[in-house]
Design a protein around this ligand. Structure first.
Ligand SMILES: Cc1cc2nc3c(=O)[nH]c(=O)nc-3n(C[C@H](O)[C@H](O)[C@H](O)COP(=O)(O)O)c2cc1C
Length: 207
């Protein structure tokens, strides 16, 4: 046990894991910030990670990409400048996604596609919400996308089925088991996040 703790402490010498929490919906009246706010609160209680809430409404990315070999316009570069460095400096990600037509929102895919190396050799966890399926179809689709981007997706998910009656007025889940599920998810994210941060520091990723 001491060896394990020593190894964990060595990895944390580089500081807590920087976790970008990406809010996947941009719809007017969206519920996403409630879920993301709760998750960020779970991260705030931990000493091994710190959250950076990346909200695509507050910091939108362009929706039209330049031709291959061309640079984005100055206006688009300004938008990207508010997001790219935050994903670049992240050691790990949590994507908070609803389910739209049995998959994830177009705005989220657009934000993912604007980035490439920023995802490489980093872990991604998912928190989802939706109707009876709890957004799990969105999550399973995201796993394939992120594999293409050299990311590692975390096995556990936290999903809110019929989410509308699952939170109180303060944005806290009514079921205390949700905090337990978030802890398991974040423990797995920490394991991968520290392992991959150490590995990236030891040698550049082959991607
Ligand atoms: C375009 C659209 C498609 C949707 N499709 C599904 C779906 O396939 N499965 C589901 O469970 N909920 C679906 N919903 C309901 C969403 O889960 C629900 O509206 C949720 O609040 C969306 O997240 P948001 O409020 O953060 O945008 C859909 C909602 C929208 C707007």
């Amino acid at each position: 046990m001491n060896d394990l703790n020593d190894s964990l402490n060595d990895s944390l010498d580089a500081g807590p894991l920087r976790v970008a929490v990406l809010v996947g919906s941009t719809r007017d009246g969206r519920f996403g910030p409630v879920v993301a706010g709760w998750l960020a609160g779970q991260i705030a209680q931990r000493e091994d990670m710190e959250a950076d809430l990346v909200d695509l409404v507050e910091t939108p990315v362009p929706t039209v990409m330049p031709a291959f070999g061309q640079q984005p316009s100055d206006e688009d570069m300004a938008l990207l400048g508010a997001v790219v460095p935050r994903l670049e400096s992240a050691d790990a990600f949590v994507i908070v996604t609803p389910e739209y037509n049995h998959s994830y929102p177009a705005a989220l895919k657009n934000a993912i596609d604007w980035h490439n190396q920023q995802w490489h050799a980093k872990p991604v966890a998912f928190v989802s919400y939706g109707g009876i399926s709890g957004g799990l179809r969105a999550v399973e689709h995201l796993r394939g996308v992120l594999a293409e981007l050299h990311a590692v997706t975390i096995r556990n998910t936290v999903s809110f089925h019929n989410y509308g009656d699952k939170f109180d007025a303060d944005g806290k889940p009514l079921d205390p088991e949700c905090d337990t599920a978030a802890k398991s998810l974040l423990d797995q994210l920490t394991w991968w996040g520290l392992a991959l941060r150490d590995a990236r520091a030891a040698r550049p990723y082959a991607g």
